[in-house]
Design a protein around this ligand. Structure first.
Ligand SMILES: Cc1cc2nc3c(=O)[nH]c(=O)nc-3n(C[C@H](O)[C@H](O)[C@H](O)COP(=O)(O)OP(=O)(O)OC[C@H]3O[C@@H](n4cnc5c(N)ncnc54)[C@H](O)[C@@H]3O)c2cc1C
Length: 347
């Protein structure tokens, strides 16, 4: 058999590492360049839900995550500033693991399988030609429909939750809380700043703690934040994009970002990586042309994600409309149908 052609992956987040692992498991030579290093904190709700968990199982990675300390999540509760659903069962189990641990565990696995991983190695934009997969994460966008989106996250101790996932919505955005490995709670928020609003940097802690008097503020009243875990990201684009519209081979957020309120972005990173494995192997073996492989991967991703992205956009709009927030929380507390719909349609 001819020597397989090597694949280059740009970006060592979840999509890039999962793809690298899948290809190495099938004997394809892979070089992966990551601009940062491991371990490091990332802005992320650290709540893994949806079909990506099946991808992890198929790639034999569930045990790796469990050994790394992944926690099962079985219940969720929604809060507006004044109302709550109370804890309710999640339609399907999820898992929570800090990105500090998760990305490093996947990077270790990729190396163990013989992958070449270059850390602190940023590749130029024009590098994405034949045999190159872009897994560089979200495309930065300064403003979307008059709003600027930014994310903040920090780990905290001394926080008692009433559900495995707590989602707190307020007119400024929302904050998710879940227990992660190491006895900590991940506090992660997505916030919106309208055009014309002051660009003066706000106290990040103040934003994460939520409006005074809110249930989030009470929940985090005794929180001891780990200063080293603070991180922020800006320029988020939440408009769904199609993989077929990209002129490069992309996986994960490099295709499009699903609104983080769904807790499905990591799943899409795992799933898109898995969808790319077989076509890339065929190219590596010289059985397919690069252009065919690239468009097959894009078609597969669009077929799997389009509906989910449309529902997620709808959900995100509803949840972030301040005048609807109390009503939605009441509806989610009373209606099994709405509760299931919100989870199932976005996964
Ligand atoms: C506020 C917020 C909360 C979220 N909460 C959740 C949640 O609870 N659950 C969930 O499932 N998802 C959540 N997400 C989404 C999730 O974090 C992403 O969908 C996921 O990280 C995408 O993985 P990725 O590998 O595509 O991108 P990333 O994880 O962003 O990785 C991309 C990598 O590429 C590297 N890179 C970029 N450019 C280059 C270059 N030129 N050369 C080399 N390397 C490069 C970067 O350093 C980075 O490591 C959240 C996102 C935000 C913003």
């Amino acid at each position: 058999m001819a020597t397989p052609k090597p694949i280059t992956i740009i970006g060592g987040g979840l999509a890039g590492l999962t793809l690298g692992i899948g290809l190495r498991q099938r004997g394809v030579p892979v070089t992966l360049s990551e601009a940062g290093h491991y371990p490091r904190h990332r802005v992320c709700g650290e709540f893994i839900s949806g079909r990506g968990q099946e991808t992890l199982a198929r790639l034999g990675l569930r045990d790796l995550l469990e050994h790394a300390g992944a926690m099962g999540a079985y219940t969720a509760a929604f809060f507006s500033t004044t109302r709550t659903t109370g804890p309710r069962p999640l339609p399907a189990q999820a898992i929570c693991l800090s990105r500090f641990t998760l990305d490093a565990a996947l990077a270790g696995k990729f190396r163990e399988l013989g992958g070449e991983l270059l850390e602190d190695h940023r590749r130029a934009d024009e590098d994405a030609g034949e045999g190159v997969v872009r897994a560089t994460g979200r495309h930065a966008q300064a403003e979307e429909n008059g709003a600027r989106w930014f994310g903040l996250k920090a780990h905290a101790r001394n926080v008692t939750l009433v559900a495995d996932l707590e989602m707190h919505v307020s007119p400024r955005g929302y904050v998710g809380l879940c227990r992660v490995n190491g006895g900590r709670v991940n506090v992660c928020g997505l916030f919106r700043r309208w055009a014309g609003e002051s660009d003066r940097p706000r106290d990040r802690l103040e934003l994460l703690r939520g409006p005074a008097g809110s249930q989030l503020h009470q929940r985090l009243g005794t929180a001891e934040f780990d200063a080293d875990s603070f991180c922020a990201v800006a320029g988020l684009s939440l408009q769904p994009k199609r993989a077929a519209a990209r002129d490069e081979c992309c996986v994960g957020d490099a295709i499009t970002m699903i609104p983080p309120v769904t807790g499905n972005g990591m799943s899409m990173a795992f799933e898109s990586a898995e969808l790319a494995i077989e076509p890339l192997i065929a190219w590596s073996r010289g059985e397919r042309l690069w252009t065919d492989v690239r468009s097959q991967i894009a078609r597969r991703c669009d077929a799997v994600f389009a509906r989910r992205l449309a529902w997620a956009q709808w959900l995100q709009r509803l949840i972030l409309t301040p005048s609807l927030q109390n009503g939605l929380v009441t509806l989610a507390s009373r209606s099994d149908w709405f509760w299931r719909l919100a989870f199932e349609k976005t996964r």
